[in-house]
Design a binder for this molecule. Structure first.
Ligand SMILES: [Zn+2]
Length: 315
């Protein structure tokens, strides 16, 4: 049986109750940000079915590719990713901590993007992984995404490796609050401030002019007056040692690894694939486009996650 310790582990830290009242969308996927690909090949389906059937304790790692079908763009996909379409780059951790004007710009843009970004709903891939957890097939899920879609789908045996945009914490006292509450605070402080969202990034960022940004009021922590930051690992920051160790332990308890919707370019996730290789675990990759571990995976599939995963029977 799975231990209760893990279910209450600090790495999970998702306020699931916040999402329970939401209705999960089961409508057709939004494919605007999904790279072109062929429908699943029956041979590929069979291979993945065999892989999943042979696993008793599957470790799954997901990336932006599972969220693109919910209408959230990724950073790196050819043609449709944010890097290919725009010159926008995510904020660096040091810049956020050091510069009040960088924080003002970040929060103004995040404030505008929030209504749309927070309304995205899980797709078939998120629901399948939630079901695999219920069936006892999935031992642990690690996501590199910060969009809360796995939590919205109901996954619980899960670590959000890079945090979650739906939470905010204070750099001064560590107080943690909900992002939705901060939105109300922003609205109260900026009653006449208006700006349009022109395309939302994977972290909820949108583009605004300097003129729009400079009048935006950013609140401080209500408890200590400290700096508020989304509970997200920005580029240039590192995942905590405690969280990394916890995920390594989950991986050590697993018998195989499935990577879904990630090119694994970021080391904080890639290190777990290296650890899986060292333990000689079978590794399957489901991703449109090349990944950093193609050369040592036992199986590489090029389909859409939301199209292929529902075809697999995990009983
Ligand atoms: Zn504080």
């Amino acid at each position: 049986m799975f231990s209760a310790r893990k279910l209450s582990g600090g790495c999970r830290a998702v306020r699931l109750h916040h999402f329970r009242s939401r209705v999960v969308s089961r409508t057709s996927p939004n494919l605007t940000f999904v790279p072109a690909c062929l429908p699943p090949d029956p041979v590929e389906v069979e291979e993945l079915q065999r892989f999943v059937s042979q696993s008793k304790r599957l470790f799954v790692m997901t990336g932006a590719g599972v969220s693109t079908e919910s209408g959230i763009p990724d950073y790196r996909s050819e043609g449709v990713g944010l890097y290919a379409r725009t010159d926008r780059r995510p904020i660096q951790h040091a810049e956020f901590v050091r510069s009040a004007s960088a924080r003002q710009r970040y929060w103004a843009r995040n404030f505008v993007g929030w209504p749309q970004f927070s309304s995205h709903q899980p797709n078939a891939a998120h629901l399948v992984l939630r079901d695999w957890e219920k069936l006892g097939k999935l031992h642990w899920l690690v996501t590199q995404n910060v969009d809360a879609l796995h939590a919205k789908a109901g996954s619980q045996r899960m670590t959000e490796l890079h945090g979650c945009t739906h939470r905010v914490f204070c750099l001064g006292c560590g107080d943690q609050t909900l992002r939705s509450e901060l939105q109300e605070h922003f609205e109260a402080l900026n009653p006449t401030w208006k700006a349009e969202a022109l395309g939302v990034a994977p972290d909820g960022d949108v583009f605004l002019t300097d003129e729009q940004v400079c009048t935006f009021q950013v609140p401080a922590c209500r408890k200590c007056g400290g700096i508020l930051k989304p509970d997200v690992t920005f580029f240039g920051d590192t995942v905590s040692r405690e969280k990394v160790n916890f995920v390594h332990q989950c991986l050590a308890e697993s018998d195989s690894m499935l990577v879904a919707g990630s090119s694994m370019q970021v080391y904080s996730g890639y290190r777990f694939a290296l650890a899986a290789r060292e333990k000689q675990l079978p590794i399957a990759i489901l991703n449109i486009g090349p990944t950093r571990l193609d050369h040592f995976a036992s199986l590489k599939l090029h389909s859409r996650c939301g199209e292929l995963l529902p075809l697999i029977d995990a009983h």
